[in-house]
Ligand binder design. Structure first.
Ligand code: 5AD
Ligand code: SF4
Length: 481
């Protein structure tokens, strides 16, 4: 099947970042997914793969994409590239995430040469950017379908249209649509599940592209979330991770007084053994949530609370809406309410204008909080965001030097955070076989990766393990009979 390259953009739905920035006060409707009969068998006898990059939100979306493809008759292929449909679910949060994707697209050129009927699709956050879709049209002619974060539910029609028209289909919506419930899902794991509780982000941190690519904050109805978790319990799931760009803002758009802390309390009653959530924004983390973490047995004693910087001036220019002291007060509250809580974070270095002194404030904060783990990043300019216009005088060497210094500090506390469990008995949800033969691994309540001698029949169960040794990135232990 030969796809024409048409420069007539009128027929495409192209992204528009300016439109995506707008926040319109409107009720977000919830609708139920419904597959039209005519699409049902278009994948019969064909295979698919979904390549996923980026955050857990994308992993959850890819489970829906896989679910939809299987509902059309496609079967999961045994290779990543040699399939009738290959969908690449992309991340736009930093330039190096995007560069990876351009590399994958280059690689798929060959697969398409081998099989010209193959459909290559690209979706997720990258296509929400105008410059990306323009580059796709100019240079990546092997792409057949382009869709975004707001219209995964239309995938059956998009695939059907590209088959029928023998043409590319580009359909990226710049503003969020309705919340679509009941989409099919092919979950990647049998005992741990992602559960979206809200979509979008209204924070507009000045460096971040996400509020543009994922639209305004929309919370799912609490009953839809609770019913999803109840059915996961009945299917034998042990752990759920509640997902949202800023889960602490859950419910604020619904104006019914029911917020994230209430949801935790209700989910605790469903019988699910473990609840985790990500990601939190310090500004929206309220006492009700901390209280729920302290009292609900199933809510795990771990929080990922991105701080981004330890300097007030930088935080202000990042539009984070809290100060270093306010962050530290939150940490104290968490440590007091949930003794032993594990705290992890995200930190950006070399934000435009960050001085050496301001960077030192970040190091001091890291030393003070002693994070159990941190994702550390060099600031990456994202076109269309306010910070991309700020002047950044640092050289690449200086940026990397800051990152290296920061990582030296954060790494010190990884090991300390692990050492505090040596001699203690923890509960582990066994995830998979470990790299070392005869060993299995999984996460403890505090999100510590635990390796121990055990049979793979334990995978999916909760077991008690005594920790015997702390390494930097994981701990070792032995099964307690
Ligand atoms: N540059 C570097 N890091 C970024 N993040 C988000 N946007 C950028 C950017 N432009 C980081 C933040 C966020 C995490 C998911 O990615 O630390 O918390
Ligand atoms: Fe991006 Fe800030 Fe929203 Fe997180 S809270 S997704 S960093 S804008």
């Amino acid at each position: 099947m030969k796809k024409k390259l048409d420069k007539n953009l009128e027929k495409y739905f192209m992204p528009d970042l300016k439109k995506a920035r707008k926040r319109i006060e409107k009720e977000i409707e919830t609708v139920r997914y419904n597959l039209e009969n005519k699409y049902e068998n278009i994948g019969n006898g064909k295979t698919y793969s979904v390549l996923t990059y980026g955050c857990q939100g994308n992993e959850a979306d890819s489970e829906i994409i896989s679910g939809i493809l299987e509902s059309l008759g496609y079967e999961k292929g045994t290779t990543t590239d040699e399939n009738d449909v290959v969908i690449i679910n992309t991340c736009a949060v930093r330039e190096n995430a995007e560069n990876k994707i351009w590399g994958v697209l280059g690689r798929l050129k060959q697969a398409k040469r081998n099989n010209p009927d193959m459909i290559i699709g690209i979706c997720g956050c990258m296509p929400q950017e105008e410059n990306v879709v323009n580059t796709l049209l100019e240079k990546y002619h092997q792409i057949d379908i382009v869709f975004g974060t707001h219209n995964i539910n239309n995938l059956p029609r998009i695939i059907y249209d590209t088959y029928m028209s023998k043409d590319k289909v580009i359909e990226v919506l710049s503003t969020e649509g309705k919340i679509v419930e009941n989409m099919p899902k092919k979950r990647a794991n049998k005992h741990r599940a992602w559960v979206n509780i809200m979509y979008g982000c209204d924070e507009f941190c000045t460096y971040c592209i996400v509020p543009y690519t994922r639209g305004k904050e929309r919370s799912r109805d609490k009953d839809d979330v609770i019913n999803e978790v109840k059915s996961l319990v009945s299917e034998g799931y042990v752990e759920v991770t509640l997902l949202g760009q800023n889960v602490n803002a859950y419910g604020k758009d619904l104006d019914n007084g029911y917020t994230f802390g209430d949801l935790l309390v209700d989910l605790d009653k469903t019988g699910i053994k473990r609840i985790r959530y990500t990601t939190s924004h310090p500004r929206d983390l309220d006492d009700k949530t901390i209280q729920a973490m302290a009292t609900c047995k199933s809510v795990m004693p771990h929080i990922h609370l991105p701080v981004q910087s330890g300097n007030d001036e930088v935080l202000k220019r990042m539009n984070r809406k809290y100060t270093k002291d306010e962050y530290l007060v939150l940490i104290e509250k968490l440590k007091k309410a949930i003794p032993g809580i594990a705290i992890t974070t995200d930190i950006i270095v070399a934000f435009p204008g960050e001085t050496q002194e301001q960077f030192q404030d970040t190091l001091e904060l890291v030393d003070e909080v002693k994070f159990d783990g941190a994702f550390t990043f060099i600031y990456s300019p994202r076109e269309g965001t306010p910070a991309s216009k700020y002047e950044n005088l640092l050289t690449e060497e200086e940026k990397h030097a800051r990152l290296n210094e920061l990582v030296e500090h954060t790494n010190r506390f990884y090991k300390e955070g692990n050492e505090r469990f040596v001699g203690k008995v923890v509960e582990v949800l066994v995830d998979e076989e470990a790299k070392e033969p005869g060993m299995v691994c999984g996460y403890s309540e505090h999100f510590k990766l635990v390796n121990f001698v055990g049979d793979k029949s334990l995978i999916g169960s909760l077991v008690k393990v005594r920790i015997t040794e702390a390494k930097t990135w994981f701990v070792k232990g032995e099964l307690v009979e």
